[in-house]
Design a protein around this ligand. Sequence first.
Ligand code: PDD
Length: 293
Amino acid sequence: MSRISYVNGQYIPHSNASVHIEDRGYQFADGVYEVFAVHDGNLVGEQGHLDRLKHSLVSLQIDWPMAKRSFMVVVKEVVRRNHVKFGLVYIQITRGVARRDHPFPTNTQSAIVVTARKMPPLDKNVLNKGVKVITIPDIRWKRKDIKSISLLPNCLGKQQAREAGAFEAWQYDGEGNITEGTSSNAWIVTKDGELVTKQIGSTILNGITRLAVLESAREAGFSVSERAFSIEEAHNAKEAFITSSTSHVKAVTRIDDKIISNGHVGELTSKLLDLYVDYIEEIGGPIVTDRWN
Ligand code: PDD
């Protein structure tokens, strides 16, 4: 079965899908994106992703390419046409096609691409294995709250991680505090049992998985802090994990050369993964993101 993608108003065989060479996304990375997980044919955290997409578009003054209601119809249609029961949908919206010139063009229609692909269903045994992360300087721009398609530092960081035999790279700022992974949010559990992840603002992407985990952790009565934490604190953590739409809740058992929780998945991490699985099985109802700064 061949894949079908949506490009600027048309459903097209994926192998033939293309955009114009003067699309500003291609020339300037002038665009934004979203990645939704698909679980059992449903979109996870739909409202949260939509809110964040709106935030990214408004921040960059890019117009919605179509009415919001039609937009969700298209996204779900791409999932349906590709028979994706478990997997992800990728949405990219750019400022559109214009003669190459740095200032925003006038009268340009924003451009949209939607693709979907299958992935293995979330598997607790795989997520519970634990992965290694390395720490690297955060060299990204100052608006990390925008889900911009300009991802070169993230790609360089992830490549560095791969070359070091690690799954992810945790980026640290000028004060030596961890911001987030190159494509995931970073979490630790301190020796005192405090669950910590960086507070939102312009220094991290407010992950939709992050919001779901925060909500379930608070509901379960765990001690939760949204605050900065240092590399040293991470090295000395009792537990660590990452969250994202594609990694879900994935245990971290090594940070640089420090073994975390004796190389095993931590107790709290495991509980949070269970709660996340419950959440997406119930299908990931609306997460209210009214906390954009
Ligand atoms: N990345 N931080 C960064 C820098 C990310 O790129 C992502 C997601 C996250 C987690 O966000 P969420 O929980 O909403 O997926 C945090 C996606 C998966 C990607 O770029 O493929």
